[in-house]
Design a protein around this ligand. Structure first.
Ligand code: ADE
Length: 338
């Protein structure tokens, strides 16, 4: 792309952003902690899904010190439902680090904070501190692929997009520039059905000018969906539910669950007569499609290997979303409707 194009793109996109920017709560502050929280939540989750969690989080943990003082369990309880729970655990560890060391002021120092990778470091440094660091997320990659007519995928695309982003970065206003690119990708240069007629930089876009927008970004070989069956047993005895901590190394480590096990054959997915079937459902975790097969059992005694809690005691505990759904079904079957 020639230089004169870069300055024209900068001007057009920044003008567009001033008019069209999404009004988001983390854009009304320069508080690095608030911006950090928002960037971590936005890593694998869309803005609309993040909003209620962000508000709840900032009410519960308004400062980095409040977060540093919270237990992992308290943190997971507020995060539950957002998924990718490692993010929450690392955010807490990062808060402990920052509350001892103080807030880093540039991208390099941010990268030393637990859980902060190159993307998040550049986002926080540019948005909260005005440091000229370019941000490349999936949105920016797609905008670049189309503008430049770049047919690469995966690592090669990311590398080229990074070079381009460094080059075109508006060094006078890097925070707004980065967010303008992300907003363009999220609202105009969308993956499906991009709104090229509303795009402020369409005249600089190689894909648009050659009527090949649908070819970019080029298709990469995605990891295949893995199908699995998760049997979940809800033990209910003497008015209490039996639960346990999720084993170390599992997706939901640190949270609480009803005893469950993956069983990948249909045959073992059948329940016995002393079990009461609850409605089955499917959910997605990363590239897995999980068929959840829940059932209720009513043992006559409380197994000592489990923790037994009343329904209201379960409310404050971090539980994975599919387990919460199983609990809802179990309560319905037991006549303990919410
Ligand atoms: N995605 C991740 N961070 C974002 C931000 N600051 N604005 C818009 N979209 C984003």
């Amino acid at each position: 792309m020639v230089m004169s194009d870069s300055s024209a793109i900068r001007l057009a996109l920044m003008t567009w952003y001033r008019q069209e920017r999404r009004d988001l709560p983390w854009r009304r502050t320069r508080d690095p902690y608030a911006i950090w929280v928002s960037e971590v939540m936005l890593q694998q989750t869309q803005v609309s899904a993040v909003l209620p969690y962000y508000e709840r989080w900032m009410t519960r943990f308004p400062t980095v010190h409040a977060l540093a003082e919270a237990s992992e369990e308290q943190v997971l309880a507020v995060w539950q439902g957002l998924g990718y729970y490692r993010r929450a655990k690392l955010l807490r560890q990062g808060a402990i680090y920052v509350s001892e060391q103080g807030f880093p002021q540039n991208a390099e120092e941010w990268r030393r904070v637990p859980g902060v990778g190159p993307y998040t470091a550049a986002a926080i440094a540019s948005i909260a501190f005005g440091v000229p660091a370019a941000v490349v997320d999936g949105n920016v990659e797609r905008v670049f692929a189309r503008l430049a007519g770049c047919g690469e995928t995966g690592e090669a695309l990311l590398r080229l997009a990074r070079t381009w982003a460094e080059d075109i970065l508006d060094r006078g206003n890097p925070g707004d520039w980065n967010q303008a690119l992300m907003d363009l990708g999220a609202t105009v240069c969308t993956f499906r059905k991009p709104k090229c007629e509303a795009c402020p930089v369409s005249e600089h876009c190689i894909a648009r000018q050659s009527w090949t927008v649908d070819r970019y970004p080029a298709a990469s070989s995605k990891p295949k969906t893995v199908r699995r069956t998760l049997r979940v047993m809800v033990p209910f005895a003497e008015g209490l539910f039996g639960i346990r901590r999720v084993a170390e190394g599992g997706w939901w480590e640190g949270m609480w669950e009803f005893p469950s096990s993956f069983s990948d054959s249909e045959r073992s997915g059948q329940t016995e007569g002393w079990q009461e079937d609850l409605p089955r459902f499917a959910c997605r975790v990363t590239n897995h499609r999980i068929e959840v097969v829940p059932f209720l059992i009513r043992p006559s005694a409380r197994d000592a290997s489990l923790t037994w809690l009343a329904e209201d005691e379960l409310r404050g505990l971090p539980m994975p979303s599919p387990q919460r759904r199983v609990l809802r079904y179990a309560k319905k079957a037991l006549g303990l409707v919410e």
